[in-house]
Design a binder for this molecule. Sequence first.
Ligand code: FES
Length: 179
Amino acid sequence: MKITINSIEYSANPGDRLLDIAQKNHAHIGYFCGGNALCQTCYARITEGGELLSPINETELEILSTNLVKAGTRMACQATIEKPGTITMVSAIEEVKQMTQTAPMQLPLYMGIMGWEAAIMLPRTIAMQIGRIQEGELNLEELGRDMTDALVAAVASVFQLLFPKLSESKKEADSGGHQ
Ligand code: FES
């Protein structure tokens, strides 16, 4: 099946988590906490095929406001494909990037709205995260590892963006010069 992330089409299968598809294909998406439902940078607006995804889960309900849910927002680290079909999504981080390039004047309003939607959910979100820590659901050691991995991947992406030629040479050297 096909999934379009930020206007680029990729292959996916039922059972795949949205974040994993995006990461595997180097699609532009935030995942600073490494997929542990903490950083809230993995928001994605599903514009087609939302019904093919796993139902919104309890973690998302404690983090995403009603307005964001109504707008089709999911957390890519929480949503998994359940049925085959066509899915189209745009990550929040890509929306910000595009807005910065095409309509920077709209950025403060967008950030204000997103900030407000996060603020109204904050008490519930904090209570839920404290509960996760108390129940041992959040392993701080694993979390540290995941965040380090996410940081390394983010630095690599920025490097690739800034120095595409160097990155290509490195990839060729890593593969022994074979294509
Ligand atoms: S990846 Fe951090 S909240 Fe989803």
